[in-house]
Design a protein. Sequence first.
Length: 451
Amino acid sequence: MINITPLEAWIREKARINTGLTGRFFIEALQDYQLRRLNEIIDYARHNTQFYRAHLASVPAAPLSALSDIIRIPFTNPSDLSHNPSTFLAVRQDDIARIVTLRTSGSTGEAKRLFFTEGDLELTVDFFHHGMSTLVRPGQRVVVLLPGEKPDSVGDLLARGLRRMDVHALVYGPVTDPLHAAEAVASFGAHCLVGIPTQVLAVARSCTGTQIGKGSVESVLLSTDYVPRAIAKTLEEVWGCRVFSHYGMTEMGLGGGVECEALDGYHLREGDLYFEVVDPETGETCSDGAVGEVVFTTLTRRGMPLIRYRTGDIARMIAQPCPCGSILKRMDYVRGRWNGLIRLDTDCALTISEMDEVLFRLPDLLDYRATVSKGNGGRFGLHIDIYSTDVGNPTEREVLQCLIRVDAIRKAIVRGNMETPTVRFSTEGRWTTTGVAKRKIVITQRSKGDD
């Protein structure tokens, strides 16, 4: 039997919804709470932040009368946050407990700075506490393969949430040596791992990782980067465990949504965040089931409120009720980023998530880097750097056979828009994310002599 997501009871308590309200009456009460919170945060941001005082100057002060009225509010873009983060500050600097700096992948891009009060951090710890109760029980042990050396870092906040459940946590940090990390997992007697998808895969495919008995690791939570289903399936096969996915970003306060035992999409943190999916071109609200860009508004954050913040992530809301029995909103797995989509033809676009699902099926592959180039002749080139285990490499033919199964690549080659991809292998120089930036396709421009 699948247990209902613990987030439902948690959200009910946070929104102070009577336990007697069920079904559509519960949803209506939650929507009333969200509408009230939206109006409060819009008013709070307008009066307490320099940015929203100007950004919302042309918006009538009258409160929203329905959730659908939120389309009257202009979007907040990541560039707004990068340009002058301090103008988003809604409290005194002395009230800020944690500042996180996010640098863009480019060398000249401006950094985003995110400000959190103690109360804001407590909201995240509370979410981690309740979200992790699906994966672990009191007395169990968790190894956290995420940054945690600094107070209030993601690993530290997660460990604090776990302690509230009487769960023991070892905050190991990001994986740089998969064998050493696997030894730490084994010696700690971990029942659960939390980490970045490609890094946990490297641990599982290391010599020690493969020797960890099936059933020893009962659950894994993959976070920070997009979660390829192929990696989740591999972990299930190696360790005989359940593999859950978490969706979040620092701008959300690190936690956004997590899967329940049904493993069928993220249940969202609806007491603290209001989510939308919009058409990235028009900005119009997408109907449930339609793919668009994820947008969120903070409902309870005091240090740095964000209103209709565009994440750039590709996803859709799931219309059907969850198999766990909850009627809370669910979001399907994130498929990458709109700005990471490579247009190979008018009806032909390539994403990192499509390549993930075919390449991570290869048994010895740990990570890869995809580089797309375009020469003066107009034809695209695709180069794949493969990082593999010490045991062996997939062959070049196997890699190419996987790539040709990606619709966008196959169509581009058939139409003459792309050359045959090239492949290079290595057991050194990993390209897996450190948690600062999500994996993406690298784009370069070839010189004339390369055509």
